[in-house]
Design a binder for this molecule. Structure first.
Ligand SMILES: CC(C)(COP(=O)(O)OP(=O)(O)OC[C@H]1O[C@@H](n2cnc3c(N)ncnc32)[C@H](O)[C@@H]1OP(=O)(O)O)[C@@H](O)C(=O)NCCC(=O)NCCS
Length: 179
């Protein structure tokens, strides 16, 4: 399956919420939360993964959103505050492609490090982040609600080298400006 990673638009929000609702334990941003993010492009980089049409795409699948991510752009570091893929599309490298684009945006913004929080019990996500260069640096007690749980804080350096040739095309029109 080929996906295009592109900037999230207002028209995407209903599909993004449907992905969010697939996961009980995610803190729900809802429509208002995602619209707020879209209104602050200087602070947030919201991305979606959209299925591209190809000979291996099943009818009606092209154009479907199969993942979303939001990177908060702080002065010198980034915070990955959202990354999700619906259950049926897990393990197809969608999460990885979204994360890579977030890292590339971080590199272009000259951020030094990228942080994130993840539930203690979210072993799949922790393994995924470890495989992608993050390490646990601290613990936040009772960080989550519904259900209450501690968070691991994970961190990695923003990459210094650009994505391989070809990958940068997906950033076209993404408003990634030099600082
Ligand atoms: C974390 C998350 C975004 C990862 O997304 P994903 O699209 O499944 O990620 P990838 O496909 O890039 O990688 C996932 C795993 O599948 C494996 N994989 C990918 N393609 C594969 C293939 N063709 N064959 C076999 N394994 C494959 C990868 O090696 C990877 O293994 P790992 O977890 O042991 O590292 C996803 O699990 C998710 O949305 N979880 C629910 C929401 C959530 O908890 N988000 C994190 C909040 S902090």
């Amino acid at each position: 399956m080929k996906v295009e990673i592109r900037r999230m638009l207002e028209a995407d929000v209903s599909q993004v919420i449907a992905i969010e609702n697939c996961w009980d334990y995610l803190s729900k941003w809802g429509e208002e939360g995602f619209l707020q993010v879209l209104r602050k492009p200087f602070l947030f980089c919201p991305l979606v993964a959209e299925v591209e049409s190809s000979e291996r795409t099943s009818p009606g699948e092209a154009g479907t959103l199969v993942g979303a991510a939001v990177l908060a752009l702080m002065v010198d570091h980034g915070e990955l505050c959202n990354l999700m893929v619906p259950p049926r599309y897990l393990g197809k490298r969608v999460g990885r492609q979204l994360l890579e684009q977030c890292l590339e945006v971080g590199r272009q913004r000259q951020l030094t490090r990228i942080f994130l929080e993840v539930r203690h019990s979210n072993h799949r996500a922790i393994r995924f982040y470890r495989r992608n260069g993050f390490e646990i640096v601290s613990r936040r007690r009772n960080y989550y609600r519904d259900p209450p749980e501690d968070a691991w804080v994970m961190e990695r350096e923003a990459p210094k080298d650009p994505l391989p040739k070809g990958a940068s095309r997906v950033l076209k029109g993404m408003d990634v400006l030099p600082r």
